[in-house]
Design a protein around this ligand. Structure first.
Ligand SMILES: *Cc1c(COP(=O)(O)O)cnc(C)c1O
Length: 391
């Protein structure tokens, strides 16, 4: 058997057909596929507007710009996430204010948020880490109480729900992402979702070089060159192509199938790893299994181990052609954050302790029983090796 990758996009003839159709159509940007893709994602999140953008990071950047967040402002967020969820705060010149996480959900601990609010706080940016929506409703209430906009970084949670409410429906706006390791992919891409009409218009303008809505239909239409070249504000080129949008729309049609397959793979892992000592499995809230949209499968070593053992286990897995990674190193300890912003070890002890012991294992819809068996067997050997080395 060959290498088992950490993740793998699930592409069928239907996606290939959708993409080749766009290539034959001659319309490669700003067209009907983008509109369709936006609509499908917005519907799934229970939102009125969807704004397709070139990446999840671009989407988060535009949300903060549209909320008028800038230098002198603070945004409360989590240190345990992919770097983009804090980088977007720096991109607009604001300051990320981290709060530590809840060890069971790995999301921002809502009990710590209020103490972090200052007169400079302009927003809360919360992440459904690994697709786990826990606390998002509580965080929404805190944001409402303090009249702060909540930006939902739902890049890891497409299609999931919390108490019947779709992920993406909690914030003033939310952002999904479609890099190839996400639940669905457009190669690169993202969609902003919101019910706020003004915010949606602003994001549409900002992604398209600051053009106003009236000139948004593209230069190959009856619009005059004058309106295509009329720029109301400083904007960006964060558009998503028709090629990527067609791929995304075809993937959206298969979302339920893909999420069900991912849940099956989680089940296979859970059954095999359930009663291992020295391993903490991701928390499955009882009764909510069908609602979960799994992004990755991340286990963690118990506290008898540290990052040295964890890193050796990851190296060992890779040497045996099993994909593995350390999702996530803490954002505040990234070289840039500690050097430029002065964060240091000990600032967020729970996030730090957990991030030293996490291991992401191969996880994608087509992963089969034999492969899961092989991953778990290899992991077991690597952990036993570390136990022997300790004696
Ligand atoms: C994937 C992801 C993003 C956005 O990533 P892009 O690669 O820019 O699409 C943002 N935040 C989180 C938490 C993510 O997992």
């Amino acid at each position: 058997m060959s290498e088992i990758p950490l993740s793998q996009p699930d592409i069928t003839e239907s996606e290939i057909h959708a993409v080749t159709n766009v290539l034959r159509s001659g319309r490669l940007s700003i067209g009907p596929r983008r509109d369709l893709f936006e609509q499908l994602v917005a519907e799934r999140a229970g939102r009125r507007h969807g704004i397709a953008v070139s990446s999840g990071t671009a989407g988060l950047h535009l949300c903060l710009l549209a909320l008028d967040i800038g230098p002198g402002d603070e945004v409360i967020t989590t240190p345990f996430s992919f770097i983009a969820s804090a980088n977007c705060i720096l991109m607009v010149g604001a300051k990320p204010v981290f709060v530590d996480i809840d060890p069971s959900s790995l999301n921002m601990d809502p009990r710590l948020i209020e103490a972090a609010i200052t007169p400079k706080t302009k927003a809360i940016l919360a992440v459904e880490v690994f697709g786990n929506p826990k606390h998002m409703d509580t965080i929404e209430q805190i944001a409402r109480k303090h009249e702060l906009p909540l930006v939902e970084d739902c890049c890891e949670g497409l299609g999931g729900k919390l108490n019947g409410r779709p992920i993406g429906s909690f914030g003033r706006c939310g952002v999904f992402a479609f890099y190839p390791n996400k639940q669905i992919t457009t190669g690169e891409g993202g969609v902003i979702v919101t019910d706020d009409h003004r915010l949606a218009e602003l994001c549409r303008s900002l992604r398209n070089q600051g053009r106003s809505e009236s000139s948004m239909t593209g230069h190959n239409t009856t619009n005059t060159a004058g309106s295509w070249l009329n720029h109301e504000r400083l904007g960006y080129n964060y558009r998503l192509s028709e090629i990527a949008s067609a791929l995304g729309a075809a993937q959206m049609e298969r979302l339920d199938e893909l999420l069900a397959k991912r849940r099956d793979v989680i089940g296979m892992y859970m059954r095999r790893l359930m009663d291992w000592d020295n391993l903490v499995l991701p928390n499955c809230e009882p009764g909510s299994e069908d609602d979960r949209s799994w992004f990755v499968f991340v286990v963690r070593l118990s506290t008898v181990f540290g990052h040295v053992e964890r890193d050796r286990i990851i190296t060992g897995l890779r040497r045996h052609e099993v994909g593995a990674s350390n999702y996530f190193p803490c954002i505040h300890l990234q070289p840039f954050y500690s050097r430029e912003l002065g964060f240091k070890k000990g600032d967020f002890p729970i996030a730090e302790s957990i991030s030293e012991r996490t291991i992401a294992l191969p996880f994608f819809p087509s992963l089969d029983q034999t492969q899961v068996e092989l991953v778990c067997h290899t992991l077991k050997v690597m952990i036993q090796r570390e136990q022997l080395l300790k004696q």
